[in-house]
Design a protein around this ligand. Sequence first.
Ligand SMILES: Nc1ncnc2c1ncn2[C@@H]1O[C@H](COP(=O)(O)OP(=O)(O)OP(=O)(O)O)[C@@H](O)[C@H]1O
Length: 245
Amino acid sequence: MSKPAIALSNVTKSFGSTQVLKDISLQVTPGEVLVLIGASGSGKSTVLRIMSGLETADGGEIWVNDVPLHDTRRSREICGHVGMVFQQFNLFPHKTALGNVTLALIKAQNLSSAEANKRGMAALERVGLAERAQHYPSQLSGGQQQRVAIARALAVEPKIMFFDEATSALDPELVGEVTEVMRGLARDGMTMVVVTHEMGFARKTADRVVFMDKGVIAEQGVPEQIFVNPQNPRTQQFLSRVLEH
Ligand SMILES: Nc1ncnc2c1ncn2[C@@H]1O[C@H](COP(=O)(O)OP(=O)(O)OP(=O)(O)O)[C@@H](O)[C@H]1O
């Protein structure tokens, strides 16, 4: 069996007196698309933020690409291994699509602008936006802006991509173009952890769906099992509520 890309064991996290994660253990294999679902406040984003090094856990171990994120002396080694896409695209309005994508390559990775542009154009190509490279964010739709944000994350050539409700801020008709780009990455074998309310994406694209409830993993399995034959009454209740809408 191949080594896990991500391994969480007995991870706990509290904010103030509220325990948000209670003993989470979870592994993600290389090339796997793991989708986290669950009610608002169940802890999905916190798991994702801990896996990507944006948040520290209170207890437990977190290994991502062999970097022990629980070890504060070594946690910075994760930079460059992972890419993150958020609900808010946070593009710089005064920079073009290409300028946004290449910024970290020039500032953080010290690439020459020629090399950064080459990599940036390849990333924009991958999200289907090469011909919009010189457009500013205000000249792009929300879906296109989010695709630029995905290209920005991809340009760093990460081994793992994290998506935290990447389609939640988009008008419904723009969701499809972003999930299509995410599907393409999944088909190319990218290791992905995705927090989403898009049950269609979870069902069609996930290799494994994890249902979180009040800070624990209540149930996990292949989409067919979770969506057609959920075992936990909490999963059944959650799905019947969201699928009604
Ligand atoms: N930085 C923070 N400070 C205080 N409380 C926080 C912080 N981040 C998250 N929380 C709380 O932790 C709980 C879990 O939040 P989290 O964002 O992980 O849930 P979620 O399942 O992703 O929810 P949603 O679907 O609404 O994003 C919530 O009660 C939230 O209010």
